[in-house]
Design a protein around this ligand. Sequence first.
Ligand code: ADP
Ligand code: MG
Length: 568
Amino acid sequence: SENKQTLGFQAEVKQLLNLMIHSLYSNKEIFLRELISNASDACDKLRFAALNEPALLGDDPDLKIHVSFDKAARTITVSDNGIGLSREEAVEHLGTIAKSGTREFFAALTGDQTKDAHLIGQFGVGFYSSYIVADKVTVVSLRAGLPADQAVKWESSGEGEFSVETVKKTGRGTDVTLHLREGEDELLSSWKLRQIIRKYSDHITLPILMKQEKWDEEKKEQVETGEEETVNQASALWARPRSEISDEQYQAFYKHIAHDFEDPLAYVHARVEGRQEYTQLLYIPQHAPFDLWDRNARHGIQLYVRRVFIMDDAEKLMPLYLRFVRGVVDTNDLPLNVSREILQESKDIEAIRGGCVKKVLGLLEGLANSEEAAEKEKYARFWQEFGRVFKEGVGEDFANKERIAKLLRFASTHTDTPEENVSLADYVGRMKDGQEKIYYVTAETFTAARNSPHLEIFRKKGIEVLLLSDRVDEWVVGYLTEFDGKTLQSVAKGGLDLGGLEDAAEKQEAEQAAGEYKALTEKIKAVLGEKVKDVRVTHRLTDSPACIVADEHDMGGNLARILKAAGQ
Ligand code: ADP
Ligand code: MG
């Protein structure tokens, strides 16, 4: 017809489609989860819009999702009475990828299918996952508020082009119909679809309806009763009591909100009552997302107000150093029409965020301090994946500095391996008699730290030194100046005063040497001129002839190097 248009997909969509079909086939059932999740989002959006414009709900106020199939036509249809799409919206949302992090995602692709499958899971496969099982998808949608003859029909076989056409549709919302590929007929079964819905979409808060069937003795087959029934539990998982939620349900819910294929590493679910009333269900993933280092990347906390979805990615609910945490916060204390601007200012949100941080720290402490090997192992895994981000908390979250400091893990000369598994408490427990400080060295790499000439005297005396080689470590020790009443001291800074670790004879020997070689040190100083502040005799070296030390209040050599590399 005249109003039919054929358009090309954005290049990224083509790439995504290809990747998806090839790398996600073994997880093909997720297409239904994605379509149901979109239907549920569309209903949430409508409910939200209707707060200001109640007429949008019209005479169809009960939001719901239908799943049906047609054996003869070999199609599956997911329908909702949510917000719907206008023609322009269909072109925009079903022809391009507008997600944040899209560029990072494509940059992170390796071409290795297993690795990329993991990434694509995190990216959120969405609508296009339909093409794992379908060779043609038809979307018919009527945007809430538009007349019936302004509906849109979008269609594509997922090979570079799609068409859009203005059509008629009774009733607002969206029908997504999948025309199944050859060999996917097992999906054309009520039993199979119910099973997938219960597995992946049980926690969706709207009812997901299917035609009811019952066994017909005469025909010896399942026949439709003409009734509909709700397939999912249709209540918010986090709002149910903990005792009624199985571990599997918690895990399935995590996979849904985090777009992850793996189980979470740990989770915590709590209801807070009192001045503030809110529920939190927070998860720590097993693996870092591809955009962990992007400080602008989406945050993982969804905000609900009295069971009504308000927003994804509520960055106000979690500080940056915990940006890997995923989950849901549901509060009774905010208005339903809360905006991001209001959140910025809200004292309630500040209090909720404080509570969420405490819960996450508690969860981590539980793992770190557990007697059980499996839990301790989880903490080690957590540290390996997220330690470098978590460390930022030392500078970012003063209120919890002590708790964060206890959770830090470092490499040290005690084990001399790069593995970061020494806590400050471990270190303090091993301090020598007379040792007053916690010593550390910073360097660009672990090897450089371990081989630093500054360590010679410490090794000789058997004093443990923390070996810091992450970029953020310089920053961490800048904020963390003491632990458990003991000062953190760089071994590369200032005059080396080992305090009670030196005996009188050693001290005397040092002073004597300084006098004896005064002429020599002055001569060297004169030669080096402006390049140095001072030249001293030292007893901190046992094998190396000389080393450079920074003044107590100067930048360390490593920090100076980092700043220089950053162009400062
Ligand atoms: P995401 O859900 O993460 O945004 P999807 O690929 O799943 O990504 O969906 C892309 C977009 O298509 C959605 O953001 C939404 O705008 C639109 N969309 C998909 N399904 C529906 C639907 N059932 N009703 C209304 N809009 C939809
Ligand atoms: Mg989606």
